[in-house]
Write a protein that binds this ligand. Structure first.
Ligand SMILES: [Zn+2]
Length: 658
């Protein structure tokens, strides 16, 4: 099992109208009200202040599918001209004049804001996702990322109704700093303040039941780490290295963190791994882990990636999809630098090697594109973008590279940028002409794989990895697994030739033992005891794989294996518990008196109370053992309306196959 990241791709948003040439929206004060009888409706009022740059007879605000809209210009002209997509304000606007536009609206948004249910009539969380979905689905705003506004959100949220039941009150989190909280009977107004402008796609809010802990960066920025009240034991492993990475990035980038604070909030059933809303990283709660889960899957890379975006994407924003790598390539590269600071140089080169292999695999399918092609894949924007920065830094040296990044950020702070804004700074600081480099690495679609591998060979660790090869069994191969070569090289040996695994191979590290579990599916009798020891490893992936293989290979010992792994839940997707229940159900003589209870528990995991990953696992298991009953089927049907399109697609195809 490999961690699959669904980070964001914001590909090719063609600018429809260059309204930014005519008008400059400066500030927005919004009031968002969530209704009492909650069915996904919200209403609000927003006050925009703007300046007219060139004479024009109308201005447009994006607002998708609203139920009703009313506005007033300068508190005089009242109107409600609205075409379902945009609010249209007709007026003879003169250049060098300032205005205020007040908009009140009601809507029941179809996307960009999600009301996550716990069960019937019970909401658990509300959260937003602007990028790729458009904030204008729930608040009048701008789909054009070149329009940057200082947004202050005031969110009115009614406590104590049946929707947010339970004793602990919910918390409302948004961009910027919480400056005031007005508590009235049954409702609270949360006032958030921003001090700098941002594009609308980075406006966000999250509502749910959370506890938080705050640490302070070296520079004094509050790092607010939110967690579910029941997850206090997962807090430390989940947020491990947060402060170290923050301090490292501020120092490495050379420009102070641009916002008042940095908040990290896990949410249920998120659409991606994480999202870099300004000062508010909303991320999937499947990255909330305990210390065993941390070994195989953790929040470190996502956290560093979204944090790096606070400079690259949030403070300087690409003008257009063509320059999307200025966001994703930089976030991927700087996340890797932060991880190098924690895990060391071998880790850095190893990840670069993995990125190169991913790019090579894409290249082989004929899907390589220019980095400046707005239709490029995420692999290209993220991984090739990262590689370009690595190669560029090698070419011009650390000092010129870091000076250029600093100058680029300072010169364009809170504005929009294009690729040349960055490249020209590198040319200035290095004194080099980069036209050939730009042509080779950015414009051309060819993947320069050989040059990438040459660069990696600076690392002895990678040299060794590339040298170790047991595709053709050589005399050295039999010794590799008990030698001093790296864990990665040993795993490569195992993947190439599983017959090389001997009893003493089990003396290796947890990572190598995991490879043994994954590749050695048929367990030789003489290694039975060694293999059984894998059930004690501190890795949920190893235990899951080992339990299944042992159960399959040694039917007589099934009860023993099940008893040994009875209390393990696994990751937040309950990988261990769902496998265990499935095996317990189909092991004939295992606890017949408890079978009903186990079946009910497993079936319950298909309900919307649980995250979609738990549900997906469970649907698969119940389907495999032909035990999806009426409750399970009803839950599967419900899943075909889920907001996560991958899960929805999965549910639809499973339902059709029935
Ligand atoms: Zn990103």
């Amino acid at each position: 099992m490999k961690r699959i990241l669904f980070l964001l791709c914001f590909c090719g948003n063609i600018l429809l109208a260059q309204q930014t040439e005519y008008v400059d929206f400066k500030t927005a004060k919004a009031h968002i009200l969530f209704g009492d009888a909650f069915d996904g409706e919200l209403n609000g009022a927003i006050s925009y202040k703007f300046e007219v740059l060139k004479d024009t007879d109308s201005i447009f605000i994006d607002a998708k599918g609203f139920q009703s809209v009313k506005y007033s210009l300068d508190r005089k002209l009242e109107d409600s001209t609205y075409n379902g997509n945009q609010i249209i304000v007709k007026y003879p606007f003169k250049s060098n004049t300032s205005h205020e536009l007040l908009i009140a609206w009601e809507t029941k948004p179809q996307k960009a804001i999600y009301f996550v249910k716990k069960g019937k009539n019970q909401h658990e969380q509300i959260w937003t996702q602007g990028q790729g979905k458009y904030t204008s689905n729930w608040m009048p705003s701008f789909d054009d990322m070149n329009e940057k506004v200082e947004f202050d959100l005031n969110i009115i949220y009614r406590e104590g109704n049946e929707i947010f039941s339970g004793n602990q009150p919910s918390i409302v989190i948004s961009n910027g700093k919480l400056v005031n909280k007005e508590i009235a009977p049954n409702s609270t107004v949360w006032h958030y303040d921003m001090q700098q402008p941002i594009p609308s796609y980075l406006v966000a809010l999250a509502i749910g039941k959370y506890n938080k802990k705050v640490e302070y960066s070296k520079s004094g920025i509050p790092l607010e780490m939110y967690y579910y009240p029941e997850d206090s034991l997962k807090f430390e492993p989940t947020y491990r290295y947060t402060k170290q990475m923050f301090d490292f990035l501020e120092e490495e980038i050379g420009v102070p963190y641009p916002w008042q604070n940095y908040k990290m909030v896990p949410v249920k059933d998120f659409l991606y791994a994480g999202m870099e809303n300004t000062s508010l990283n909303i991320y999937s709660d499947s990255f909330v882990v305990d210390s065993i889960g941390f070994v195989d899957k953790n929040f470190v890379n996502i956290n560093a990636h979204e944090l790096a975006h606070q400079w690259f994407g949030d403070m300087v924003t690409a003008t257009h999809g063509t320059h999307h790598w200025l966001q994703e390539g930089f976030a991927t590269y700087y996340a890797l630098l932060a991880e190098k600071d924690i895990f060391g140089e071998n880790y850095y080169y190893w990840r670069l090697y993995e990125y190169a292999e991913e790019l090579l695999a894409q290249d082989k399918t004929g899907q390589s594109t220019s980095l400046l092609d707005p239709k490029s894949s995420s692999t290209t924007f993220y991984k090739k973008g990262c590689w370009v920065l690595h190669i560029l830094r090698e070419k011009v040296g650390d000092k010129a590279f870091r000076d250029a990044v600093k100058n680029y950020l300072e010169k364009h702070q809170f504005k929009n940028v294009e690729t040349n804004d960055f490249i020209s700074e590198v040319e200035k600081s290095s004194g080099e002409d980069l036209s050939e480099f730009t042509n080779k690495w950015l414009n051309k679609k060819e993947l320069l794989y050989n040059e990438m591998i040459e660069s990696l060979k600076k690392s002895k660790f990678i040299q060794e990895y590339l040298m170790v090869d047991c595709e053709m069994k050589t005399s050295k191969c039999k010794d590799y697994l008990s030698s001093w070569i790296s864990d990665e090289a040993k795993s490569k040996v195992i993947s190439q030739n599983r017959e090389l695994v001997k009893s003493e191979s089990f003396k290796n590290s947890i990572k190598v033992r995991q490879s043994i579990a994954q590749y050695l599916n048929e367990i030789p009798l003489k290694m039975k005891e060694d293999y059984e020891s894998l059930l004690n490893d501190k890795s949920y992936i190893t235990i899951e794989t080992a339990l299944f293989n042992l159960w399959r290979n040694f039917p007589k010992d099934r009860t023993k294996y099940l008893n040994q792994t009875k209390d393990i839940i696994g990751f937040n997707n309950k990988n261990m518990r769902t496998l265990w229940l499935t095996l317990a159900l189909i092991t004939e003589d295992y606890e017949p008196e408890n079978k009903r209870e186990y079946f009910e528990e497993l079936t319950d995991y298909t309900s919307p109370k649980y995250g979609f990953e738990v549900r997906q696992n469970t649907f698969q298991y119940l389907n495999q053992i032909n035990a999806c009953n009426d409750d399970c089927k009803a839950n599967l049907k419900q899943a075909t309306t889920h907001h996560n399109w991958r899960f929805k697609k999965f549910a639809k195809s499973l339902l059709e196959s029935k």
